[in-house]
Design a protein around this ligand. Structure first.
Ligand code: AKB
Length: 314
């Protein structure tokens, strides 16, 4: 079988995606890479290479040496970190995509590249945001994601490159922690609820955002890559939806298991980012084109998160 390369394998999605792909296709088929030292979750599970996502020469050499035919490019700076360092956000998010797309054309590689609900902005309809709508992002992260989607579409139309993408909502997992995002509170609250029984949220209580349990996100990623090519009608990101909740609502759900949980609110700079994003997403196009359907709702996700995190934090 042709080999698969994961770039950014030590991040929130990368680690779990690498493990899922190794389980499906075999450990040696999936080469994990990141600029960092190998993450704990990956150790002993398969090949690992230190690779800078912006280093076109090193990536090309690796692709040729290993005969890689599929790349999942997950390296990125997220929304909150991106606002602190917009230049690095642009350079990493766009530089890595551009070099991988060029390599994809040269070596006939199938590519997955993640977009985000961050493509949407204040002028976008906030509820049930459609696949095609006004897209005017106001964060550098959102700008890179929208520019990246258009670049993917351009490479597909111009060069016939098979590049596929989804617009991830906030992702929630007990195995891997997020870093630098605006939706990170939805993971933090579980850790703090178990460790301290209290959580001070950086978003206000009624801030609704689209969210998803990681297992659904991994399944969506593998499903879109395995879908017959004719079913993929766009190389722009497909809207994906699973759950939509506010900090108050998730706290109420956790309280069903941890009765003593208290939550306070101290909105910071991330509130403005959250306010520019949709509250819920219409993902009917993904459902129609390649059969996407989420499995986790708020109560199922909360239960799985608490059971597993309690064990992990023992
Ligand atoms: C973030 O909060 O920046 C990310 C995202 C929604 O893409 N989780």
């Amino acid at each position: 079988m042709d080999k698969i390369l994961i770039i950014g394998a030590c991040g929130q999605i990368g680690g779990e995606l690498t493990l899922a792909l190794r389980k499906k296709y075999g450990n040696d088929i999936v080469i994990a890479s990141d600029i960092r030292e190998e993450a704990e979750i990956l150790k002993g599970t398969g090949p690992y290479v230190v690779l800078d996502a912006n280093d076109a020469t090193a990536t090309r050499a690796l692709v040729k040496k290993e005969n890689i035919k599929t790349i999942y490019l997950l390296a990125a700076l997220l929304s909150a970190t991106g606002e602190k360092n917009p230049k690095l956000c642009w350079d990493l998010n766009m530089g890595s995509l551009r070099q991988v797309l060029d390599l994809g054309v040269e070596e006939k590689i199938k590519i997955f590249w993640p977009s985000s609900i961050a493509v949407f902005g204040k002028t976008t309809p906030r509820d049930n945001t459609p696949q095609k709508t006004i897209i005017e992002p106001t964060t550098m992260y959102g700008i890179t994601k929208y520019a990246g989607e258009m670049l993917c579409e351009y490479y597909n139309k111009k060069f016939g490159l098979d590049v596929r993408s989804v617009r991830y909502p906030g992702l929630i997992s007990w195995k891997s922690e997020p870093g630098g995002g605006t939706t990170d509170y939805a993971v933090e609250i579980f850790y703090e609820a178990i460790k301290k029984g209290e959580y001070n949220c950086f978003l206000s209580e009624n801030t609704y955002l689209p969210m998803m349990y990681m297992d659904d996100a991994i399944r969506a990623t593998i499903d879109i890559m395995e879908a017959p090519r004719e079913n993929i009608k766009t190389s722009m990101g497909y809207n994906l939806s699973a759950i939509s909740f506010s900090p108050k609502e998730i706290a109420e759900e956790i309280k069903k298991h941890i009765l003593s949980l208290t939550i306070s609110y101290a909105p910071d700079h991330r509130q403005a980012i959250a306010d520019s994003w949709p509250a819920s997403i219409d993902d009917s196009t993904a459902r129609l084109d390649w059969g996407w359907k989420p499995e986790f709702d708020l109560s199922k996700m909360t239960e799985v998160m608490l059971v597993n995190l309690k064990e992990k934090l023992k």
